[in-house]
Ligand binder design. Structure first.
Ligand code: IMP
Length: 181
């Protein structure tokens, strides 16, 4: 028995698998150019939403990569953002003077991006910190912050797929989709 109150057949594709996969080499190259260094890149995958994006993105890097994982408690089962953010499962190596890339699925209100950027600047002292997001919901911003690099700008609608979930479901879809009103 599923706990789901939405039907997968009602989903409309917003960004196809092909469009996502075509975007990744271009984005990886821009990220490496932004670091402007052949030193290792410490990739911070923000679970759970970034898991697909991060796993596919790192395949395109030419630099050596270390992958780390953190989890932020924010959304729960709701479709609204939270002001009350907390980093959990945060066991990171020493990132002092390293090239650090934070990989997020989506920037919505910007609260998580602000929280993470401040956390990494204050607690760790990276040589360079780059924040990359697959999706940028630019019009939903509540705090003034922009990702350094992103894949696609989208309208203010709730999306699922390619790591993004509704009540924990739909992360496995290879495309980004939404439920029309
Ligand atoms: P923000 O703090 O409002 O920018 O939201 C960041 C987090 O909220 C993302 O990392 C996602 O996990 C989640 N989120 C924001 N918008 C959506 C959406 O449209 N679908 C699924 N999750 C979302």
């Amino acid at each position: 028995m599923t706990m789901l109150d939405k039907d997968i057949n009602d989903l409309k594709v917003l960004i196809s698998e092909k469009d996502i996969q075509n975007k990744l080499p271009e984005l990886a190259l821009k990220i490496e150019n932004a670091f402007n260094s052949n030193e290792d890149i410490y990739v911070i995958c923000v679970l759970k939403g970034s898991v697909m994006f991060c796993a596919d993105l790192v395949k395109h890097f030419k630099n050596n990569v270390q992958m780390e994982f953190i989890r932020i408690s924010s959304y729960g089962n709701e479709t609204k953002s939270s002001n009350n953010l907390q980093a959990i499962d945060l066991t990171l190596p020493n990132l002092d003077d390293k090239n650090v890339l934070i990989v997020e699925d989506i920037i919505d209100t910007g609260l998580t991006a602000r929280f993470l950027t401040d956390l990494f600047k204050i607690k760790h002292h990276p040589k360079k910190l780059i924040f990359a997001a697959l999706l940028n919901k630019k019009c939903a911003r509540q705090v003034e912050i922009e990702p350094d690099l992103y894949g696609f700008i989208i309208d203010d609608k709730f999306v699922v797929g390619y790591g993004l979930d509704y009540k924990g479901y739909f992360r496995n879809l290879p495309y980004i989709a939404y439920f029309p009103e």
